[in-house]
Design a protein around this ligand. Sequence first.
Ligand code: ZN
Length: 205
Amino acid sequence: MFTVAAGYRDTLKDHHVSDIAQQWDNILAATSIECGHCHGPVSPPPPGTVDPHYLCLNNAFAVCAGAVMPALALEDYVAHHLLGEMAKPAVAEELTRGLVQYMELEQAAQQLELAEMEDRADAPAAAIDAKRAELRRHRRTERYLMDEDAFSPRWLAAWWNTMDARWKQRLCQIFFTKIELRAGPAPDSAALHDARIILHWRARI
Ligand SMILES: [Zn+2]
């Protein structure tokens, strides 16, 4: 199980990740969230709901009624811890390696596709241009990942801000086996730990 280095989280807080993630974008859509009391499913209302909350749907015990949290608050907490984990040197290195490997395979496949298109006399010029643009985007992303500041807290905060919700969902799915929500008092707003939320980290990413 990973433990999050408090120092990284402090740094992340300085970069106001929470201010960035103001809009509920359902980053936990692909992550299993359960009630910490009855272990039944916890679910937010459908996207588009005003002031969405995660809450125990099972309500097996009286205490279940307390297992409820604004969707933004839970997402924000998860995002802080996730980015704190990604900023750890060993995790960052592994992530860089995995992502660069993936990018290289993707690029090789796309280069092959481009070469085939260029060889064909009937390939539309617009399709060839689109493929070239896609390859350029890939190379740019790869260079971005090779940056020595990649996965630093500042880099991560900026990256999280521009990242597609689909990628955030995928990252949550990669890092957590499940998340439990329990009843209890909300901690002080500056607190890094919230006893109501139990993050189950995957042993390896
Ligand atoms: Zn429950």
